[in-house]
Ligand binder design. Sequence first.
Ligand SMILES: [Zn+2]
Length: 269
Amino acid sequence: MRAISILVLSLFLFSNLSGCFGAFEEGGIFSDTDSEEKFGIPGGLTLACLRSSQFESMVVEVDYSQGYEPNSQTISTLKARLEQVCDKPGGISILVTQTDFQHGSSWSADDIREKGRETREGAPQDGTRLRWHLMFPSGSYDSSGVLGVAVDASTAAIFLDDVRDAEGLFSRPSAEDIEEAVTVHEVGHLLGLVNLVYESSHPHEDSDHPGHSNNEDSVMYWAIESSDISSFVSNDVPDEFDGDDIDDFAGMASGELETENQLWDGSDA
Ligand SMILES: [Zn+2]
């Protein structure tokens, strides 16, 4: 059943109606053949975040091209959302660094993986520290209308040129609010939402937009990733997980919900 749903998801993404989690475009688990390190699929390090038995602390590397630094509001909201759901007694820190990705203006999922691995400062499973990587490069994703994409278990990119272009009339919603929402949304995919590595007991996955919420008040609402966002979301862009999202995290953390495709198996050390 799960294999079928993944296949359907792949076909759906091949139809180019969505591009929000690029790993599935290859039709399955992506692993780096050039190194020992396994990078997995979005959601592959969800338990590593939700539980603390192996990874006591977490670092999110935020690397941006010159002129593409995310707002401080985005960074503080990102930190708050992660602290809300991830058990990290050693703390969660966000490292913001200007970076030259040495890349042109068009990005494929593979480009993001390749440049991400070149520019990240440490492995995703870095001893007792979990390390995720958010990239804010100049340029755009190679399928149009995509504001952000999660490409493996620890890497996502947000395209601020497109975020700025997606701003609504009279700044409703504003580019700042969209940037904040898209950033939390992509991290939500790294956290496995919606149904990427588990099956929710709540019917909140949108049937027309796999991997996304049908609740317009959730940051995982399907329109958040899209450049049409201002047509679907009027004034207040959600930047929070809703009750069903939070319940899914709790279910995975406790083991009540079965979690698959994990790079770290979630066992107590
Ligand atoms: Zn998405």
